[in-house]
Design a protein around this ligand. Structure first.
Ligand code: AHR
Length: 502
C-alpha cells in the first residue's frame, strides 16, 4: 500500500473561501435552456415554465452564480430578441451551434430563474458581432432604475425593479478562430477598454471580466493575456480562463492528473497579469475568472460535427460522466480552492444537459451525474479560510503531464464555527493510499463526517434508470488519535473529511 501525509495548520492560510468559486453556466446551447431549466409542459414546471426538479437540484448542488447567455452563442446574440411579449420575439439561426433559437427565454426570464435558483447572475455582452452601443443598451435595460426608454421597456415587460447585475463578461473567447468576430489581442484589448469605460460611466461599481485565452493550448496563450491587459488593465477586474479535459486514447493515468495542468494554467496567467502590473507600476491586482471549466469529451463532438438542419434544442454535448470524470472534477475544485487568492470567480461549464452535472429528460426525470457529487459536497463543506496543504505523496509518470503526485489535497478552516474540512483525491488507478493527516496545529477534536466517491470500476456511470449508482459513501473508519488522522483512500477516489476543532 502507498502512503501519503499532509499537515493542517491555520498559519498556512491562502485566502477566504470565495462563494463565487461555485459558479455554473447556462448557455443557449443544446438543451441547457429548453428542456433544461425551462420546459413549460413538464409535470414539474412552475407558473413561469421553469422545471422545479432542475431548480431543486441546482440549489442542492450549492451553485452560487450562473453565467449567461453564452459562451459562443453570445457572439451572435441580440439581447433584445429575448425581451417583451413572447409572440413578438423573432426566431433566429444560432450560428455558433447551428441551431434555431426561439427566444422564448431571454434576459428577464433568466433573471426570474436566477432568483428562484438563489444564484448571482454573471452576464456576457456580445463583442463578436456587436459592440459598445449594444453593451450599453443591455446594461441600461438590465440595471437602470427607470425613466429611460430601455429601463421603462423592462418595467413594461414585467420587471419593474432593476436586475442589478454586477458581474459582466466582455465577450467570449475572442482569441478563438471559431468565434464570430474573432479578432487579434490588440483589437480585442482596445474594444474591451472602450466597452468597459462606457459601461463604468453609467455604473462605476460594475465588475468586468476581459477574455483571456480559450485554453492553455491556444497558440497565442500568454501573449494574448499580456496584450489584452496592456490595453485594459485599468478598466477591468478579471481576466478569464477556460479549460476542458478529457481522457485521450484510454490514457486514464494522464486524465486523472488533469488538475496539474489547471494548476499550471492558473499560475501562468497570474504570472502574466502580475508582469503587466509590475510594468505599469500598478497597485491593483487583476483577479482570475475561471468561467468555463469541466470534463468535456470535445473530440467526440468534433468528430460528429455540428447539426446541419438547424434544430431547436438538439441533444448536443450531452456527455455521460463516469466515476473517473467525477474524481477529476473534484480535483479541479481542489485546484480552484488552492488558488482562492487569485481565482475569485469560477463557473463549471455547464449546469444542465450540456456537459453538465444535472441531466433532465424532456417530460421525464432530472437526475445527478457522477460529477454532481464532488461539486455539491465541496460547495456545502468548504467554509472559512482555505489552508495550503503540501501532500507528501508518492508520484507516478504520465504521458501528458510528466511526473505527478498520486495524492492531491486542500483544506478549509472555519475558526469561528470550529470546523475544518480536507478534500483529497487518490489518482492512482490501482493502489490504495494510506493517508495520514497531522491535525495537531489545528486542534482537531473529532471526525464529524467522512465521505468517499469510489468504485472498483472507474467507468461506472449514473443513468436515468439508475441515477444513484455512483454517490458518495459515508465512512466511519477514519481514525483520529493524538491529533493524527488516518484513513485509506481507494484507487481513483475523491474524499472529504470533516473535522470539529472545538
Ligand atoms: O461550454 C461550451 C463552449 O465551450 C462555450 O460555448 C465556449 O465558450 C467554449 O468553447
Amino acid at each position: 500500500m502507498l502512503t501519503a501525509a499532509v499537515t493542517l495548520d491555520p498559519a498556512f492560510r491562502i485566502a477566504p473561501v470565495n462563494r463565487r468559486t461555485f459558479g455554473s453556466f447556462v448557455e443557449h446551447l443544446g438543451r441547457a435552456v429548453y428542456t433544461g431549466i425551462y420546459e413549460p409542459d413538464h409535470p414539474s414546471a412552475d407558473k413561469d415554465g421553469f422545471r422545479t426538479d432542475v431548480l431543486d437540484l441546482t440549489r442542492e448542488m450549492g451553485v452560487t452564480m450562473v453565467r449567461y447567455p453564452g459562451g459562443n452563442f453570445v457572439s451572435g446574440y441580440r439581447w433584445e430578441d429575448g425581451v417583451g411579449p413572447c409572440e413578438n420575439r423573432p426566431v433566429r439561426r444560432d450560428l455558433a451551434w447551428h441551431s434555431t433559437e426561439t427566444n422564448e427565454v431571454g434576459l428577464d426570464e433568466f433573471m426570474r430563474w436566477a432568483r428562484k435558483a438563489e444564484v448571482e447572475p454573471m452576464m456576457a455582452v456580445n463583442l463578436g458581432t456587436r459592440g459598445v452601443a449594444e453593451a450599453l443598451d443591455v446594461l441600461e435595460y438590465a440595471n437602470h432604475p427607470g425613466g429611460t426608454r430601455l429601463s421603462d421597456m423592462r418595467a413594461a415587460n414585467g420587471s419593474v425593479e432593476p436586475h442589478d447585475i454586477k458581474l459582466w463578461c466582455l465577450g467570449n473567447e475572442m482569441d478563438g478562430p471559431w468565434q464570430l468576430g474573432h479578432m487579434s489581442a490588440r483589437e480585442y484589448g482596445r474594444l474591451a477598454v472602450q466597452t468597459a469605460r462606457a459601461m463604468r460611466m453609467t455604473e462605476p461599481g460594475l465588475e468586468l471580466v476581459a477574455c483571456g485565452s480559450s485554453g492553455s493550448q491556444m497558440p497565442t496563450f500568454g501573449e494574448w493575456e499580456a496584450t489584452v491587459l496592456e490595453e485594459a488593465y485599468d478598466e477591468v477586474d478579471f481576466i478569464s480562463l477556460h479549460a476542458y479535459y478529457e481522457e485521450y486514447d484510454g490514457d486514464l493515468r494522464s486524465f486523472l492528473a488533469s488538475a496539474v495542468d489547471m494548476d499550471h494554467f492558473i499560475d501562468s496567467v497570474v504570472a502574466t497579469a502580475d508582469y503587466v502590473r509590475a510594468k505599469r507600476g500598478a497597485t491593483k491586482r487583476i483577479m482570475l475568472s475561471f468561467d468555463e471549466w469541466n470534463v468535456w469529451y470535445l473530440s467526440r463532438f468534433q468528430a460528429a460535427g455540428p447539426p446541419t438542419d438547424w434544430p431547436v434544442a438538439p441533444r448536443l454535448l450531452e456527455d455521460h460522466y463516469h466515476l473517473a470524470d467525477a474524481v477529476v472534477v473534484g480535483n479541479m475544485l481542489i485546484s480552484l480552492l488552492r488558488h482562492s487568492d487569485r481565482v475569485t470567480a469560477a463557473c463549471q461549464a455547464q449546469l444542465v444537459n450540456v456537459i453538465a452535472p444535472i441531466m433532465a429528460e424532456p417530460g421525464g426525470p432530472a437526475w445527478r451525474q457522477t460529477t454532481f457529487h464532488p461539486f455539491a459536497e465541496t460547495a456545502r463543506t468548504a467554509k472559512g479560510e482555505v489552508l495550503r496543504v503540501e501532500a507528501q505523496s508518492p508520484t507516478y509518470e504520465t504521458g501528458r503531464h510528466g511526473e505527478v503526485p498520486v495524492v492531491d489535497a486542500v483544506a478549509t478552516y472555519d475558526a469561528p464555527a470550529g470546523q475544518a474540512a480536507v478534500f483529497v483525491v487518490n489518482r492512482s488507478t490501482e493502489e490504495t493510499v494510506q493517508f495520514d493527516v497531522d491535525t495537531r496545529a489545528l486542534g482537531a477534536q473529532r471526525v464529524t463526517a467522512c465521505r468517499t466517491l469510489s468504485d472498483p470500476d472507474p467507468y461506472v456511470r449514473n443513468t436515468a434508470a439508475e441515477p444513484d449508482r455512483v454517490a458518495p459513501r459515508s465512512r466511519d473508519d477514519a481514525e483520529l488519535a493524538d491529533g493524527r488522522l488516518r484513513l485509506s483512500l481507494p484507487p481513483v477516489s475523491w474524499t472529504v473529511i470533516e473535522l470539529a476543532t472545538t
